[in-house]
Design a protein around this ligand. Structure first.
Ligand code: PEP
Length: 279
């Protein structure tokens, strides 16, 4: 196993499901219920990863209701960075915080590709999430053309540095975990069934950890930030992914839409946790 600095048992292992624009309120409630029931059917006493369900805005209340008393947490898929105002159609951070939503995806590649998100808007949203006690899951990752042009590391570096601009180490760190989660999601691997090979995903996640280390030099932040991999994660890939030094969990789209697909991924996260106790 890696050393404590890089493969840190105190860093949260997180399995997050991004339900994207899927599920009506009753379907989302049923999915959340099935996940909760599936977890309850597992042998007691096994440490679980942090489980985060990210439904659409209209399903948040129902999913929060269904997961009450369970280990599952709830996240939003996006938000505005402003607190309130004349911004028709937007959802503000205090609205999410008041509902007890705990996580929010920021800068998912679909937001960047289809809704004009930029590194600057991502930075504003990460700051707003932190200001309102929400944990931002900041998504970064290269396009296929960028990978083919050998630009992966530069693109990821730019996204990480710009996304964290003007955010202090104190804002990021907290006892027992980090307030910011990074998801490395190569865009060409999202929803395509094409997995980024685990050693390469691990390399880029390690690069991200190194960037955070440089960015917050001397502040001991990098070892506490959970870095997730996302891109066609499924039951057949999770074990290998969870064995990687720098991959602290998964952000999952397609395989989060059915309890029978998602529960094995949670198990994969649990196995990673177990490996710490044997390290
Ligand atoms: C995602 O939407 O963040 C994602 C990784 O999707 P998928 O698992 O379907 O590739």
């Amino acid at each position: 196993m890696g050393n404590d600095q890089t493969r840190d048992a105190k860093r949260k292992t997180i399995i997050a499901g991004n339900w994207k624009m899927n599920k009506t309120v009753s379907e989302a409630g049923a999915l959340a219920r099935s996940i909760v029931e599936g977890l309850a059917a597992e042998p007691k006493g096994e440490a679980l990863p942090e489980i985060v369900l990210c439904p659409t805005f209209v399903c948040l209340a129902e999913v929060l209701n269904q997961v009450k008393g369970s280990p599952c947490k709830v996240g939003a898929q996006n938000m505005d960075y402003r607190d309130s105002g004349a911004f028709t159609g937007e959802i503000a951070p205090p609205m999410l915080a008041a509902m007890q939503v705990q996580y929010v995806l920021i800068g998912h590649s679909e937001r960047r590709q289809f809704f004009g998100e930029t590194n600057d808007s991502v930075n504003l949203k990460v700051k707003a999430a932190l200001a309102h006690g929400l944990v931002p899951v900041m998504c970064v990752g290269e396009l296929l053309e960028q990978r083919e042009a050998g630009q992966t590391d530069d693109v990821v570096r730019q996204q990480v540095v710009a996304g964290l601009a003007e955010i202090s180490a104190e804002q990021i760190a907290q006892a027992g975990g980090a307030k910011v989660v990074i998801a490395y999601e190569p865009v060409w691997a999202i929803g395509t069934g094409k997995n980024c090979e685990s050693p390469e995903a691990n390399r880029v996640c390690g690069l991200i950890r190194g960037i955070i280390e440089e960015f917050y030099s001397g502040k001991n932040i990098a070892s506490s930030v959970s870095i997730l991999y996302g891109g066609s994660v499924k039951a057949s890939t999770i074990d290998e992914q969870m064995q990687q030094e720098h991959i602290d969990g998964a952000l999952v789209g397609g395989a989060s839409l059915k309890a029978e697909d998602f529960l094995p991924l949670i198990k994969g996260g649990a196995k990673r946790l177990k490996s710490f106790s044997h390290a």
